[in-house]
Ligand binder design. Structure first.
Ligand code: PGA
Length: 254
């Protein structure tokens, strides 16, 4: 991981009722010393963001949104803008999660608009990319990754690129219990870092955090997190329990 401080992000997806969410945040806050050399963030459902910011106001645990709109305001029923997130004290947002891409039909163009607008508004995006199983089996992993990342960053000013965290999440590993091997993950992370290097220079690319996501658990975290280009994890299922999420954060350190 070198110069990059590890980042462990918990994507809660559409889980938990408000009291459970509050309990989990309290337990995390209690269990995370904050002095550790790792950044932690939780991404609760949008309806709990206000409570989350309040509850974690004295904590070093950061709060992020799972999704964000590409517009500032207007007739976009059901959507939440970056300005609204910031107004609530939320500065991180996941963009382009594979569930958004496949279930809610977000395409590369929409993700590009979201990324550009989030950056315009000063948010810190976590951009997700990843191949499906059939794409991997067809030997297209690198081509898919390069397509998704280059489309997402189209017309993003070079100096803003380092504000983005990239999450490599092979679709076949999300919620399936199947994990990319550390070698498979490292290989794709290297491709991502090289791509970033060509657009914003190697020095800048070396500062950008690239997270791995897809069935990360305490049992597999350590090996993944100690690959040279893996700087943290985007954790779904295992982020819903304080002990497993904190164990993953700990695995980043030792
Ligand atoms: P998972 O989800 O850890 O449950 O596989 C990861 C994600 O979708 O971000």
């Amino acid at each position: 991981m070198g110069v990059r401080r590890p980042f462990i992000a918990g994507n809660w997806k559409m889980n938990m009722l408000s009291s459970q969410a509050a309990d989990l945040m309290r337990t995390l806050d209690h269990g995370f010393s904050g002095e550790d050399d790792v950044d932690i963030a939780v991404f609760p459902p949008a309806i709990y963001l206000r409570d989350a910011v309040k509850l974690l106001s004295n904590s070093t645990i950061q709060v992020g949104a799972q999704n964000v709109c590409w517009e500032r305001n207007g007739a976009f029923t059901g959507e939440i803008s970056p300005a609204m997130l910031k107004d609530m004290g939320v500065h991180l947002a996941i963009i382009g999660h594979s569930e958004r891409r496949t279930i809610f039909l977000e395409d590369d163009a929409m993700i590009n608009r979201k990324l550009r607008h989030a950056l315009d508004e000063g948010l810190m995006p976590v951009l997700c990319i990843g191949e499906t199983l059939s794409e991997r089996n067809a030997g297209k992993t690198e081509a898919v990754i390069e397509r998704q990342i280059s489309k997402a960053f189209t017309d993003v000013p070079r100096d803003r690129i380092p504000r983005v965290t990239v999450a490599y999440e092979p679709v076949w590993a999300i919620g399936t219990g199947k994990t990319a091997t550390p070698e498979q993950a490292q290989q794709v992370h290297r491709v991502i870092r090289e791509w970033l290097g060509t657009v914003c220079g190697e020095g800048k690319a070396a500062t950008i955090r690239i997270l791995y996501g897809g069935s990360v658990k305490p049992e597999n975290a350590r090996e993944l997190l100690h690959q040279p280009d893996i700087d943290g994890a985007l954790v779904g299922g295992a982020s819903l329990k304080a002990d497993s999420f904190l164990a993953i954060a700990e695995a980043a350190l030792y």
